[in-house]
Design a protein around this ligand. Sequence first.
Ligand code: AFP
Length: 322
Amino acid sequence: MQRLRTFLDNHCKDSDVADIIDGLMVACKDISHRLHLGALAGVLGSAGQENVQGESQKMLDVISNDLIKDCLAAMPCVRGLASEEEPDPVACNPDGDYLVLFDPLDGSSNIDVNVTVGTIFSILKAAPGAAGGDEATYLQKGSKQVAAGYVLYGPSTLLVFSTGEGVHSFTLDPRIGEFVLQREHIQVPAETQEFAINMSNQRFWLPEMQSYVGDLLKGEEGPLGKRYNMRWIASMVAEIHRILTRGGIFMYPFDNRDPAKPGKLRLMYEGNPMSMLIEQAGGKASTAFDDIMEVDPEAIHQRVSVVMGSSAEVEKACSYHK
Ligand code: AFP
């Protein structure tokens, strides 16, 4: 049995990054505990307010955000943080070298129905002299991430992360309160017969995406020559975890439902960290036109079109957009 801290000490070249991942888990264990208590913890339901995206916040969105914020602010190596639930980046310790971006509780509309949710994080190096509250210092491409990961709160609580040398997963053992190593160097199978997309948005997608998904639905009689199965959990962490476990393609493409919101997912704390994990595991992550991790960010809460998973299937989806 290998504990997370031992693994980080042996595998992380930078002890600050090891400290951040280890420290974040203090907050994530607390979130996991509250989620597993459910109604007994009195934390279900709406917080009665909206976040910067205009989405209604759950009580647990707010609590999770506060827990992670407090945890990071106490770390000397963290210069600043940015969260889905914060309108602006928050300065922490001016001498810290790192910026942490996170979605404290992704998939939170699933909380009240007791379905898997997760915390997503991305770690960037801060530019010398840049202030932790300055948005410009966070606007780095995904390819600059020094680490990324998620914690999945499901039947068991799992940590999956990469520091740029493969993807590893850990299971929280509630009997000892520690994350213990489960799988090292996870690989996504290149081929798949499973796709995930919210089909109710079909009529709003680009014609290219409609044509690709149309061909998936034609099965073995269509041009792709095989029968596909579909899954949609509406929780990106659960979806990406399934793909890291058995392959698949996950898509949340841009659509024309609302011109002010061309896509749902956020680049800096959803698209980029999940892309790093998928690519470190041998998969591909694209906007359908370009690599997600090569998108030049213009704002912290920017949205991105997402097509990621098994490499051969992602390439197929992208070929419809050429
Ligand atoms: P919430 O955090 O608002 O529940 O959104 C979850 C999410 O960002 C992502 O985890 C899902 O893949 C996607 O949105 C689900 O979106 P739809 O509700 O439009 O299917």
